[in-house]
Ligand binder design. Sequence first.
Ligand SMILES: [Zn+2]
Length: 355
Amino acid sequence: MARALEWKPERSNCPQLTITIEHLIRSVPDEWRALANNLFVGRVLKGDLNAMAWTERQAGVIEMNIQYTFTLSAYAAAYDEFFHNLKSFVGDVAAKRPGLESMVHELDKRFAEPWEQLDTARSGWVDRRLLVVANPVAARWAKGRESLHEDMVDAAESFVIAHELAHHLLGHTVSRRDKRKAKDAVDEVIERLGLFYAMSQFNQSQREELQADILAYLIVAQALEGAPQFSDLYRAVAGSTLALVTHAHVTESWVELDSAATHPGFTTRFNMVHKLTEMLCSDRPTGDQGDHPMAFLSQLSTFAAVALNRWASQTFSGPQKPVGVLHAADHLLRLMNEVHGRIPQARASIRQVDV
Ligand SMILES: [Zn+2]
């Protein structure tokens, strides 16, 4: 209560976003801090899933539309459901429970339910004139997992704000201002990933979006100075994926075929998340619990694949139905197997990994 009473709307009009931006400012190198300190982050009552960065005279502004946050909350709940349905299914298979085959139909219904709720809610979310507060998946929240769910939304908001902060740091919001240092950090990563040619194939605006994604990931992962800790990598992986999946599923921007579009599609942006995670940790051994950011990425990547598959099966004509729990589990286990084949010392601890 004392902290709440002391709070002043100096960096943001929202106490929670004040904490978020202050944390992000502490995550950037000292020499960028003056610019980062000169920012105001506003929660705005707008109905489209968006955030923006712009400059007014000397001050930088970041806007976060409240609809984006409400929607992130629904997808965080859907991810939680997805993960626990898969985990219990894989557990049942491993334990060779009797009658499993006849249960698959029942499990499929449970697996599909959050997606049906999200699909139904979409029509309200895409209407820019509306603010839809309700979380259609929230009723299913399992007790005891609320803080995990909040952490995910917090990580996704951090990534979105960091993406807008990155536009400021990279000089995308002003003309003729030298932002060499942030650009150098991003260029160095692009070179390490061997993506210079690939980047040149995008238009200027799309290239700036990918640069902002890269810098945002590095900021959230605390990877700008030294090797990041796993806990920060988990935040970067969860935050970026949840923010990108939510945006893609609501706006149906999975694949971008228009070369003049301002943003690349989900697949291009998520591919960057994958490459960054790989670059930062694929040569590191597993953590104390047999955990690893690449394994966590496999889980989120399967979630993204199921979301994309639902959209594709509804959009393109054909006999295909959305994938069920069996296919999703199979996909995840294949990814996990691939990941564990690459991580040093992971083979020995593979059984401990929380699928
Ligand atoms: Zn952007």
